[in-house]
Design a protein around this ligand. Structure first.
Ligand code: ASP
Length: 323
């Protein structure tokens, strides 16, 4: 009897300790992984990226601090990054091999295992908002191309002309990539994972894909389980060469490894990104967050735009491998 009581007491204490260390909310964000080495960005460019990431994290942080839903925080963060010409999502997205912009995005509600996604849309200013509408207002998970845009119109969303997305920088980049002998890869993507005060996890990802991609190509970002995944214990958003993320079902693999083998989120994410993907030549990284608020941001490239914020309100932003 005494033994049972002391066992029960220990269990209660252990739960208490866990509850004490679990942050009341957490937000982790990425703005794409790639060959971003120190010196590649000029000081003003470096500051501009950091400022925009900080602003995006701030928006999401405000939602979570006020008790808002993780889904709304993810959406708020990604909308800011889509509106910035700096990141490869929304305005400033990379161009296809025929010079068009084709955008992919998805969002997932971990607690209720709901998801919405759009692929290959060309006139949607904020694809993440349309992905949210697909989840909330249609019986489907993934809508593509003209059908997705017709759904957007029905939902009262204004479409924008392709010219809205074009930036001179992306035009020059496409030329450079097309002229490069050894298929230079220019990519990037934005994503966020969040845990709200009610303990609900969410994940979202939005991208223009890979520069010079064949038109019609769909990457991993709108594919649930590949570029984005969330359940009640784990949320992941990825960035990198999408074909590898699709073949490895990367985002889901991280959550599944955690659930099936009992390894930590950090270990699962590291094994997948630094060992599996790296071995295959799958450049990229992920942000991953578990239901205890523990997170990790591994990448096997030179850099990854990334950052996070928790209840202390301190916003941390990093770009290069060595910071
Ligand atoms: N994963 C994206 C894609 O393949 C690109 C990226 O994250 O850089 O479409």
């Amino acid at each position: 009897m005494r033994k049972t009581w002391s066992g029960a007491l220990l269990a209660v204490l252990a739960i208490g300790a866990r509850a004490n260390t679990r942050p009341s909310f957490m937000l982790v964000v990425h703005g794409g992984a790639g060959s971003i080495a120190r010196g590649d960005l000029t000081p003003p460019e470096d500051s501009a990226y950091r400022a925009t990431l900080t602003e995006a994290i701030h928006r999401g942080y405000d939602v979570l601090r006020q008790g808002g839903a993780s889904l709304d925080a993810v959406q708020a963060v990604i909308t800011v990054l889509e509106d910035s010409p700096l990141f490869n999502a929304g305005k400033g997205a990379v161009l296809t091999n025929v010079g068009t912009v084709e955008l992919d995005a998805s969002i997932m509600d971990g607690g209720r295992l709901r998801a919405g996604a759009v692929a290959g849309v060309q006139h949607i200013k904020n694809p993440i908002l349309l992905a949210r509408l697909v989840m909330d207002r249609s019986p489907h998970v993934l809508l593509a191309g003209a059908g997705a845009e017709a759904f957007a119109k029905e939902q009262g969303m204004a479409l924008v002309p392709q010219s809205y997305f074009y930036t001179e920088r992306r035009r020059r980049e496409l030329k450079r990539v097309q002229e490069a002998e050894h298929g230079e890869r220019a990519h990037g993507t934005v994503g966020a994972v969040a845990l709200d005060q009610a303990g609900r996890l969410a994940a979202g990802t939005s991208t223009g894909g890979i520069a010079n991609k064949r038109w019609g190509r769909i990457g991993d970002s709108p594919i649930v389980g590949a570029g984005t995944y969330a359940n009640d214990r784990c949320a992941v958003s990825g960035t990198g060469v999408g074909e590898y993320f699709i073949r490895n079902v990367t985002a889901h693999d991280i959550c599944a490894r955690m659930a099936y083998t009992g390894v930590s989120l950090e270990q699962a994410a590291r094994d997948v990104v630094m060992t599996e993907l790296a071995r295959q030549g799958g450049d990229g990284g992920v942000i991953a967050l578990d239901s205890d608020g523990r997170f990790t941001m591994p990448f096997n490239t030179e850099g990854m735009f990334r950052g996070y914020a928790g209840p202390d309100g301190q916003i941390v932003v990093k770009i290069y491998k060595d910071e």
